[in-house]
Design a protein. Sequence first.
Length: 260
Amino acid sequence: MELYDAILPADGRIDNAFAAKVGTTIKALIPWQGQTLLSHTLSALQGIQQVRRIVVIGNAEVACEARCRGADAVIPPARSAPENIALGIRWLNGQPDGPTEKLLLLTTDLPFLSAEVLNSFLHECPINADLVVPVLRREVFEARFPNSPAIFVRLKDGYWTTGCVFCVSTSVYLRLLPLLESLFHSRKSQWKTALRVGPVVAWRFFTHQLTVPEIVQRAERLLQCRAFAHTKAPPEVAYDIDDLQDYDKAFNYLTRGANM
């Protein structure tokens, strides 16, 4: 059985209207089923045997709850999401046995995450993959969450959305950190991001001529690692709460069933 150290970025913020309803500006501390989304995530991780240690990236308010709920470390955030993950790896490097060969990276805004969902996700992750990204067809996601506010990307082989749980090789992540930082800072411009993979590929993406396997092949060449698109990932890894609409819809799914 492969073991994973888990790193959880937990420093995301929500807008004022959403915060007024839920009583916090920190996404990870949004209340959910009698606890917070952070506690909900920690419970899911602690429910599976494959997770060895859990590192949370967050401020003092997050740290208090994370430590009470059994996180192994809480680290103040840096200036970017990629650097936050690197901080977690550096802490793991400082432990006597170092980090696991692969990391489990996940956001703390997944209301339907559970130990069963994580076990299902990990069961289909290839042992030889350096990077595993959940990629779900629209029809699969909407069968679980009909009429959801999720955003889908149109490709040649259908409409797709990505999830928020990833497996990545520790050494590969550190090697790619400069590239990830660059991509992070250009993330608000689709063209800038796409052009990093080349103008031909960018054009094929924006004209819906690419397939998921072709994107994986291009990613492997660009990143110099073995990538895997996890098309059998559970839909629950892709339903995240970014705004009030997502939150209200999640409660509808929870209290009234899937036919919403």
